[in-house]
Ligand binder design. Structure first.
Ligand SMILES: [Zn+2]
Length: 166
């Protein structure tokens, strides 16, 4: 952890940063389905060593796509928040990823993204849910670092239309 942020750190907590219940689950830093897709060889075998990761604290092939600090945040969400409550966000992410994978060879020529092509007529809510997927990741990252999660971010996950940056 970066010592320059130590003044902001909270005491250790066993609570879900979203709802306050006891935290029992670890959110994936990268979706397990995404890791499985990338780890799959042409013969269809899933091998963690096929995934190369580069970040501030790690560089190399993964040893596991299921557990460990490189693929999971610390235990800081309850099961209900990590599963049922955030299911629409995961679904929005899955649809978006499938769209990117399907169009990756054409996208470089696009000037913008056609959201209705990705999500259909309710693209505005689905695009918000995609943003909430990343907001949940930010929350897990902050909680893992024992930094406070902004209330605006929690309100966004709870259904607010926007997440102000201040
Ligand atoms: Zn919770």
């Amino acid at each position: 952890m970066d010592p320059t942020l130590d003044d902001f750190r909270l005491p250790s907590s066993d609570r879900c940063w979203w709802c306050g219940d006891v935290a029992t689950t670890e959110e994936h830093r990268i979706k397990h389905s995404t890791l499985r897709r990338v780890a799959q060889s042409e013969e269809g075998k899933v091998h963690p060593g096929n995934v190369f990761k580069k970040s501030s604290d790690f560089e190399g092939a993964l040893h596991s796509i299921k557990k460990g600090a490189q693929v999971r945040w610390r235990k800081n969400l309850c099961a209900n928040c990590n599963n049922a409550r955030s299911q629409p966000f995961d679904l929005a992410y899955d649809l978006f990823e499938a769209y990117l994978v399907d169009h990756m060879d054409d996208m470089m020529r696009w000037k913008s993204l056609d959201w209705p092509a990705v999500y259909g007529s309710d693209w505005e809510e689905k695009a918000r849910d995609l943003a909430r997927y990343f907001a949940k990741q930010v929350g897990c990252m902050l909680a893992t670092q024992r930094l406070p999660v902004p209330q605006e971010l929690v309100a966004f996950l709870n259904g607010a239309e926007r997440c102000p940056s201040t």
